[in-house]
Design a protein around this ligand. Structure first.
Ligand code: SAM
Ligand code: SF4
Length: 334
C-alpha cells in the first residue's frame, strides 16, 4: 500500500512551499545583457516539456497544496499555444492565483488571450524608458512595443501590473526616479531587482555594475518619502508605499537583504528540472518521471515531496564573486 502523501509541502527548515514558478521555454526574443550572452544556445526542442507535461506538473503541485503558480521563462509569450496551458492551469481546483512574467514584447497581441485564459496578474520587465538604452540593454528589444503591450494589458483589464526593473550601475541607475514616475503616472507597481550572478556573462563585470537596493531606496526617498510597508506578497519583494500614490515600490535584494528564511517557492525549468533554490544546484529531474511513467500523477507527487528534503537553507550569492552557478536566468525561470 503506497504511503499517503502529505497535503502540504514543508521542508526540513519548516518552510512551507505553496508557490511554484514554471518555466515554459528557455527561448526568448530579447538578449538582456544581465540574463544571457548574445550568442546564447537554446536547448533542443525535444528536451523542452510539452504543454501536457507542464499541465501534469501543475496538477501535481496543486494537489500537494501549491496555491500560486507563476509562468515564466525565457519569454513565456514566445511559446506557441500557451493559452491552452494557462486556461487549464487557471481552472485547477485549489489554485488561488496564476500569474505571468513577461518582457512585454508580445503583450500587445496576447494580453486579451491571457486575461481570457485566467491569468490574474502580470509582471512586465522594463529597465529603461529611453529607446536607445532599452535597445542596448535588451540587445534587440523595441521600447515602443513594450509600452504598447502595457497599454493592451491595461485595456484587457489587468489591474496591479508590476514593472520589474534590474538596475545596473553605469547602465540605468540614473533612471530610477523616471521609472518610479512612470509607474505612478500609469498606476502600476514597480519592483527594483538586484542583479544576480547566474551564468557567466561577458557584457559587464557584475561586481562593478552592482547597485544595491538601499541606494535605489535613498534615490527615490529624495523625491518621494517612502513608507515601509509590512504587506507581504507571495514573492521575495519587500514593498514600500508613497503617501500620495497607490503605486507600491518593491525591492528584490538577494545580495543586500537575503530573503531565504521566508522562501516559499520552488522552480521548474523548461526541461522539467525541479530547482529547490534559485542560487544552488539542488534539483530533481521530473521530466524523467513524466516520460517514463506518463499519466502517473502519484509518482510525480511522490518525487516532489521527496525533493523537498534537499531544499537548501539558502543561496550564497556574493557581490564580485565568480558566477558559481553556470545556469543562466533564462534557464532558471526568473
Ligand atoms: N522574459 C521574461 C521577462 O524578462 O520578464 C521572464 C523571464 S526573466 C528571466 C524574469 C526576470 O528575471 C526579469 O524581470 C529579468 O529582468 C530578471 N533577470 C534576468 N536575469 C537576471 C539576473 N541575472 N539577475 C537579476 N534578475 C534577472
Ligand atoms: Fe529574455 Fe527575460 Fe532574459 Fe531578458 S530577462 S533575455 S527578456 S528571458
Amino acid at each position: 500500500m503506497p504511503e499517503k502523501l502529505p497535503e502540504a509541502l514543508v521542508d526540513r527548515f519548516g518552510r512551507h512551499v505553496d508557490y511554484v514558478r514554471l518555466s515554459v521555454t528557455d527561448r526568448c526574443d530579447f538578449r538582456c545583457v544581465y540574463c544571457m550572452p548574445e550568442d546564447t544556445r537554446f536547448v533542443p526542442r525535444a528536451e523542452i516539456l510539452a504543454l501536457e507535461e507542464l499541465l501534469a506538473l501543475g496538477r501535481a503541485f496543486v494537489a500537494l497544496g501549491v496555491r500560486r503558480i507563476r509562468i515564466t521563462g525565457g519569454e513565456p509569450l514566445v511559446r506557441r499555444d500557451l493559452p491552452w496551458l494557462l486556461e487549464r492551469l487557471a481552472r485547477l481546483p485549489g489554485l488561488d492565483e496564476l500569474t505571468l512574467t513577461t518582457n512585454g514584447s508580445r503583450l500587445a497581441e496576447l494580453a486579451g488571450a491571457l486575461a481570457a485564459a485566467g491569468v490574474g496578474r502580470l509582471n512586465v520587465s522594463l529597465d529603461s524608458l529611453r529607446p536607445e538604452r532599452f535597445a542596448a540593454i535588451t540587445r534587440v528589444g523595441k521600447l515602443e512595443r513594450v509600452l504598447a503591450g502595457l497599454e493592451a494589458a491595461r485595456a484587457a483589464g489587468f489591474a496591479r501590473i508590476r514593472i520589474n526593473a534590474v538596475i545596473l550601475k553605469g547602465r540605468n541607475e540614473d533612471e530610477v526616479l523616471d521609472l518610479v514616475d512612470f509607474a505612478r503616472a500609469q498606476g502600476f507597481d514597480i519592483a527594483f531587482i538586484e542583479e544576480m550572478p547566474l551564468g557567466a556573462i561577458r557584457s559587464h563585470d557584475r561586481a562593478e555594475s552592482f547597485y544595491p537596493s538601499d541606494r535605489i531606496r535613498a534615490d527615490i526617498a529624495r523625491r518621494y518619502p517612502l513608507i515601509r510597508s509590512t504587506a507581504g506578497t507571495a514573492g521575495p519583494a519587500r514593498y514600500d508605499r508613497m503617501a500620495d500614490s497607490a503605486t507600491r515600490v518593491g525591492f528584490i535584494s538577494p545580495h543586500s537583504h537575503n530573503f531565504c528564511e521566508q522562501c516559499n517557492r520552488v522552480r521548474v525549468t523548461a526541461q522539467g528540472r525541479l530547482l529547490l533554490c534559485l542560487g544552488q544546484e539542488h534539483s530533481v529531474d521530473l521530466r524523467a518521471i513524466l516520460r517514463d511513467r506518463p499519466g502517473d500523477d502519484g509518482a510525480l507527487q511522490e518525487a516532489i515531496v521527496k525533493a523537498l528534503a534537499i531544499k537548501p537553507r539558502g543561496h550564497d550569492f556574493q557581490v564580485g564573486g565568480e558566477a558559481r552557478i553556470v545556469r543562466f536566468m533564462n534557464h532558471t525561470g526568473g
